[in-house]
Design a protein around this ligand. Structure first.
Ligand code: IYR
Length: 228
C-alpha cells in the first residue's frame, strides 16, 4: 500500500480490471465485430422502447471524460408526440432552407450518397429524440456561473458513448443536426447558455429499413504509427 500524500482526496482504483492478453484480444474482437454492425438509420419503427433502457444508456454517456470533470452536457429526452411534431416542423423549415439555398453545391454533392432531403418523418416516428446540449457555463445553486472547459470535445465524447451504448442494447440511432438548431432551446425550454449539439433519433429500425451503400476507411487510411 502506498501512503497517499496528495493534497486532494483520492480513493484506490478498485474498479480497474486487467485481462490476460488472449482475453483482451477476444473482448476487443467481440466489441469491434459488434460496433462494426452499427449503421446510421433513417427509417425508424414506432415500436416502444422502455424508458429504463434510455436511462441506463444516458448513465453510460455520463461516464465520459470531461474538461475538469465538469460534465458540460445536458440530454433532453423527448417522447411526447406534440413536442416531436413541433421539433419536426421546426427542423423541416431549416432543412428546406438548407437544401434549397444554404448548402453549397459541394456540400450537396457530398450528401448525395446518403440520399437525404428536407423531409424528416423519423422525428415523429421514432420513440425517442434525445436532444444533446453543450453547456459553455454551469450554474451554482446560488446562480453564479462556472466556466466549462472543452465543452464541445467533452459533449462529443459523451455522445459517442451514448451511441455505442444504445447500439449495444440493439437500438438504432441517427445523429441529426438541423442547422441552425436554436429552435431546440425554445421548444425544450433550455437556457441560452446551452448550445444544441445534436439530436439523437433513437428507436428500433423499421422492418424494411435500408441504409446507404457506403464504406468505412481501411486502418492504413486513417492511422499512422510512429515507433522510433
Ligand atoms: N442536416 C441535413 C443535411 C445533412 C448534413 C450532413 I454533414 C449529413 O451527414 C447528413 C445530412 C439533413 O439532415 O438532411
Amino acid at each position: 500500500m502506498t501512503a497517499s500524500n496528495k493534497d486532494h482526496p483520492t480513493i484506490p482504483l478498485h474498479k480497474y480490471r486487467e485481462y490476460p492478453i488472449e482475453e483482451m484480444r477476444d473482448r476487443l474482437d467481440e466489441f469491434y465485430a459488434d460496433i462494426d454492425r452499427r449503421r446510421t438509420v433513417r427509417d425508424f419503427s414506432d415500436r416502444a422502447v422502455p424508458r429504463d433502457i434510455i436511462e441506463t444508456a444516458l448513465k453510460a454517456a455520463n461516464t465520459a471524460p470531461s474538461g475538469a470533470n465538469l460534465q458540460p452536457w445536458h440530454f433532453a429526452v423527448v417522447s411526447g408526440p406534440d413536442t416531436k411534431r413541433k421539433i419536426r416542423e421546426a427542423a423541416e423549415v431549416e432543412e428546406r432552407e438548407f437544401y434549397e439555398h444554404r448548402a453549397s453545391q459541394e456540400w450537396l454533392a457530398a450528401l448525395a450518397p446518403l440520399g437525404t432531403d428536407d423531409k424528416k418523418p423519423f422525428l415523429e416516428t421514432a420513440p425517442y429524440l434525445i436532444a444533446v446540449f453543450l453547456q459553455k457555463f454551469g450554474e451554482l445553486p446560488d446562480g453564479r456561473k462556472v466556466k466549462h472547459y472543452y465543452p464541445a470535445e467533452s459533449t462529443g465524447l459523451a455522445t459517442g458513448i451514448l451511441i455505442t451504448a444504445l447500439h449495444r442494447a440493439g437500438l438504432a440511432t441517427l445523429t441529426h443536426t438541423p442547422s441552425p438548431m436554436k429552435f431546440l432551446n425554445e421548444i425544450l425550454g433550455r437556457p441560452k447558455s446551452e448550445r444544441p449539439f445534436l439530436l439523437l433519433v433513437t428507436g428500433y429500425p423499421a422492418d424494411d429499413a435500408e441504409v446507404p451503400d457506403i464504406r468505412r476507411k481501411a486502418l492504413d487510411d486513417f492511422t499512422s504509427w510512429v515507433d522510433d
